[in-house]
Design a protein around this ligand. Structure first.
Ligand SMILES: CC(=O)N[C@H]1[C@@H](OP(=O)(O)OP(=O)(O)OC[C@H]2O[C@@H](n3ccc(=O)[nH]c3=O)[C@H](O)[C@@H]2O)O[C@H](CO)[C@@H](O)[C@@H]1O
Ligand SMILES: C=C(OP(=O)(O)O)C(=O)O
Length: 433
């Protein structure tokens, strides 16, 4: 079992470059299945375990997938007839596997996908995805742990109002509608930058999608889509995580490839805390000096504050002065990391869907376990600011969404290493509590 070991107290400085966005590449690789002629070449693909998982799903569906990890490129050839079933072994590993449902339904008129079930951050139902498919004429059935959608006479365009601007439902409905007969309108659609990225990709394949990035998306179905070359947008959550890394250490770093407009809510909140974030030619510069002051924040669908930055901001707020309240409105159970922060002497308690922080906490290094992807990053961030040594385990979560996270932090001056259980600790530097 790997662990990351951090000796806190170093200010970070220098430049770091963010990768292509995990949450943009997963729907794009699934949507590549829509092309029945020509190959799709996807560029700026991050080398993540989730990308390996979605690639395995595509292969299991009879697509040919070639990864060139050195050049961050994946090529997908989905010209042959596709199989219609996505197995539990993939969906269990990664919920985003459900995103093949829209493209399969569009291509084959049938899709059978293992039900994803809940995960560490909440129950995460898919009713809004299915409501969209049903409105387009699919019949939905459940059995033996699978959900099936069948549209024997093909999908028809429809007007769909989402109860909540679900990212996944918006993506799945967009891809299903791309090859449907007629026009589909998604109202109360998700507005995340990753939705715009997916709409651009569908259009590059020859589709007709307008309105992505607003709450009303219009998709005119076309009869065929063609392989193309597409670039993935930079990862706004990796960007945000490095913004917090600079701030929590009182450091000064430049994040290359960052797109500030994608992180407006985060930049505004960090600004309220006293962190300086300025646009520079390469991306953004982030610098901070203690003491930071605590704020209140509430996670919301984009352009609100992103739930995927909630745990990292909690780490930062632990080091800030005053009382802060974080309210999670997107997922019902995304506070598993709170107990781990308490093990690090964090003064934080859960009150319903909020946590209350009384700061600053004098963070102490401890052994902690990552409970989900962003919690993994947040615990490492807390370790950068803690007194003594922090050991973070359960790193499979981290590897889903961050490329070379500890190497990037080390290059910025952090005292950090990753060891596997077979290797003795303290290879690079002397670690003691
Ligand atoms: C691969 C990917 O892009 N993952 C992101 C995506 O997840 P994902 O697409 O799963 O997130 P959604 O926006 O769909 O989910 C948000 C909320 O809506 C609920 N819901 C969703 C669909 C549905 O049919 N019914 C329903 O009730 C979910 O349980 C959750 O409480 O957006 C989330 C919200 O920004 C991010 O945290 C995830 O990192
Ligand atoms: C929750 C996340 O991802 P997923 O939806 O893939 O679980 C995330 O990226 O923080």
């Amino acid at each position: 079992m790997d662990k990351i070991i951090i000796k806190g107290g170093r200010k970070l400085s220098g430049n770091v470059r963010v990768e292509g966005a995990k949450n943009a590449v997963l729907p794009v690789l699934a949507a590549a299945l829509l092309a029945s002629e020509g190959k799709n070449v996807i560029r700026d693909v991050p080398n993540l375990s989730d990308v390996n998982t979605i690639s395995a799903v595509l292969k299991s569906l009879n697509a040919k997938v070639e990864a060139d990890a050195d050049n961050n490129e994946v090529t997908i050839d989905s010209e042959d007839t596709l199989f219609s079933e996505a197995q539990f072994e993939y969906v269990r590993k990664m919920r985003a596997s459900i995103l093949v449902m829209g493209p399969l339904l569009a291509r084959n008129g049938f899709a059978r996908v293992a039900l994803p079930g809940g995960c560490a951050i909440g129950s995460r139902p898919i009713d809004q995805h299915l409501k969209g498919f049903e409105a387009m004429g699919a019949e939905i059935t459940f059995g033996h742990g699978f959900v099936e959608a069948k549209a024997e006479n093909g999908l028809k365009g429809a007007k769909i109002y989402l109860d909540f601007p679900s990212v996944g439902a918006t993506e799945n409905i967009m891809t299903a509608a791309a090859l449907a007969k007629g026009t589909t309108i998604i109202e109360n659609a998700a507005k995340e930058p990753e939705i715009v990225n997916l709409a651009n990709f569908i259009n590059e394949m020859g589709g007709k999608v307008v309105g992505a990035g607003t709450d009303s998306i219009r998709i005119e179905g076309v009869s065929k889509l063609y392989g193309t070359t597409h670039h993935i947008i930079p990862d706004r959550i990796e960007t945000g995580t490095f913004m917090v890394a600079a701030a929590i250490t009182g450091g000064d770093i430049i994040i290359e490839n960052a797109v500030p407009e994608h992180n407006a809510a985060l930049i505004s909140k960090m600004g309220e805390m006293g962190v300086n974030i300025v646009e520079v030619d390469e991306g953004v510069r982030v610098y901070a000096e203690y003491p930071l002051k605590s704020v209140d924040l509430k996670t919301m669908p984009h352009p609100g504050f992103p739930t995927d930055m909630q745990s990292q901001m909690m780490a930062l707020m632990l080091t800030a002065t005053g009382t802060g309240v974080i309210t999670e409105t997107v997922f019902e159970n995304r506070f598993m990391h709170v107990e781990e922060f308490r093990r690090m002497n964090g003064n934080v308690k859960i009150e319903g869907r909020s946590v209350v922080l009384e700061g600053p906490s004098k963070l102490q290094g401890a052994e902690v376990a990552a409970t989900d992807l962003r919690a993994a990053a947040a615990l490492i961030l807390a370790g950068l600011a803690a007194e003594g040594v922090t050991r973070v385990t359960e790193l499979s979560h981290l590897d889903r969404g961050y490329v070379n996270f500890h190497q990037k932090l080390e290059a910025l001056g952090a005292e950090i290493e990753r060891v596997s259980s077979e290797v003795k600790e303290g290879k690079k530097f002397t670690l003691s509590n």
